[in-house]
Design a protein around this ligand. Sequence first.
Ligand code: OAK
Length: 808
Amino acid sequence: MNSSERENIKAAYKATFTKKIEEVSGNCLADASLLKQYQALAEMVMESITSQWAKTNTLYNKNESKQVYFFSIEFLIGRLMKSYLSNLGVEELVQECSAEMGLDYEAILAQESDPGLGNGGLGRLMACYLDSSSAMGMPAHGNGIRYKYGLFEQRIINGEQIEVADNWLKNGYPFEIRNPDKSVIIKYYGQIHSENINGNLTFVHENYEAIMAVPYDIPIKGYRNETVNSLRLWSAEPLEAFDLPSFNQGHFLNAVRHKSEAEAISQILYPNDNGFDGKLLRLKQEYFFVCAGIKRIIVDFKRSNNNSMDGFSDKICIHINDTHPALCGPELMRVLMDEEGLGWEESWKITVAAMSFTNHTVLPEALEKWPVDMMKDLLPRIYMIIEEINRRFLLDLDNEFPHDLDRNHSLSIIRDNYVHMASLAIVSSHSINGVATLHSKILREETFNGFYQVFPKRFYSVTNGVSPRRFLMNSNPELKTLINDSIGPDWDHNLFDLKKLLNYINDPVFYQKFDAVKLSNKVRLANYMARYNNVTVDPNSIFDIQVKRIHEYKRQLLNALHVLYLYNRLKENPNLEMAPRTFIFAGKAAPGYYYAKEVIKLITAIAELVNNDPSLHDKLKVVFLANFNVSLAEIIYPAANISEQISTAGKEASGTGNMKFMMNGAITLGTMDGANIEILDAVGPSNIVSFGLSADEVHHYQKYGGYRSIDIFEQDPRIQQVLHQLIDGTLGYGLSFQAIYDSLLLYNDGYFVLKDFNAYADAQNQVDHLFRNPTIWTKMSISNVANSGIFSSDRSIADYQREIWKII
Ligand code: OAK
């Protein structure tokens, strides 16, 4: 494009934008608020996407290529405007025009709410996978719930977490289209009768409670291509706004009660990460989006397949993201048998061939199991089908392993009066995978070993990945520019090309530029902390960052105790030689997770102690950033020097924050857990700092005992001092962290914090030495970026296509 063409395009953009402002606000540009500017831009974006969206859908409706449907109870998509603009290839243009019109581009983008429709890794992974599928031109869609309130907003008041409702829809959401014509009726409760209709045994559902699932579709625009996939989020509504008989009798409250009961289903996201609390409403949610999603898939499939179900599983993959959508199996069976008139065997074949299942945690407390009575009452037909699936499965098992009652019991989907969702998911899927090599091994050898013995060929491993567009190109534009200037722009379609950066691994000019980018990102985060935490930090200090959900197994406590230990060392010796450090934490605790909330309190108390002690000469700062979400994450990752990935080995299925940090040049300080092991493989041992017990060692202690935390305490005066400080008032008058203290000593330190303390302190010491040698540090940092290609979610999606969905 020559410069006069570009000027014409810019003029046209400015004119359209000015007109749009009038349309959305009734004001002229000069009087339009930032919100209206954002809404005008959002409308323009939607207008430029929708025709491509329609074309993509027309193509998909022909059913020529296989389509994947991700069923997930969470989709943590983050703000979308920047992705749309960049994927459309117009971001620079919009930026330039905004500046020329005197508008604040970043402030306009900040108007967008950040939909918190997920807790953490599970939901964010889905968003990355949608992004990658579209980027790769692959037909893939999301199916989930349009929660009216997403994950709570976290405020820190007097050092404690306070939860505030996340009203992300308060100004409307411009990137969704409501499609009431595609609504589906969902039936709960009632009774099932079998009837003989024309010689066929037919199941009839009576006296049920019906509610309506209404889809809202969000376009997922591919990166600089023509593909626009869909994320379909279902909202619950009553069939009728009023119960007219009640209304007419003057029972006004009754008349609207069923409305709020129906709406309750998609009212709020359960705020548990890696946990399960078996509430009835949650089971309603699970069936809600499963039933609605399956119905639409079948309607769409049949419409383009001469009203026939032939070849369904050749064209449709139903991928379930953990067990929350595991009812997809029995629901698909129900539709195939009760609505499509197929027999059990044929239906079962189709179901297993269509379904695949990814597990995302091995924590026993997160494995879902529903009381039989609850399931039977709420979903009577589904429960009947689960019983039959189980009966046939146990029969097969008995044929293969005769009289093996223990095996039969332990693998039974229904056992001890519960429906075990992982068992249901495994039995009804042709593929089961873990999300990192170690995790998949633990699934095979421990968690699902019984099933692995029965179905060895069903088990796979696909290591997670993250979107390089969101977590590198869009959130770290200066690094993107530097990479473009160095190796050319083509790495954007193949992240493995980042390896070409290794050509600069000894180039001092490149070092300087690379360091300048990191510093600039650190300054941005330092400004954020000055503004929101009122703490001044030195951008030249080591930014040592741990951001993720607060959970015992993730061991924020290990980090916090070490900070206290470092504080003690500095107090003892104010001239201690060390690079200044800024320890940064962020993450939400589940509202009912007392211990996690205590950890937040502890970190903020340590921050208070450390940041207000002038004798430390600014060598140590601690910051807890409130309300960690996708938008804040995008500011944090580019600014990190150290990525803390210190879970108890064997507990973190994969981790994905570790990959986002690495892509932005942070050095991993990590245990040999989850994908950290693969990060080590990718960068080599000299570009990572690893420490601590191995998963095998942890497993051994857990199985056979032999670890006594009190012994470590008694032998290590550093630990004694730090633990006493938890309860002796050092951290504030009247503040005592007795529960944490007890967990470590009285309850024998279930997550091996004290056991790993020494190794962690040594590793931190090593970090200090490495950082004080800038050449070595920059080299390590560049190596991390250069070797991060394997952690692109494009690679993960390619693995799924090849191994699991068999698309290419
Ligand atoms: C949440 C609820 C239930 C089960 C699992 C989760 C979850 O978020 N798991 C996380 O999934 C991520 C994506 O696979 C992994 O990277 C994390 O290690 C895992 O904790």
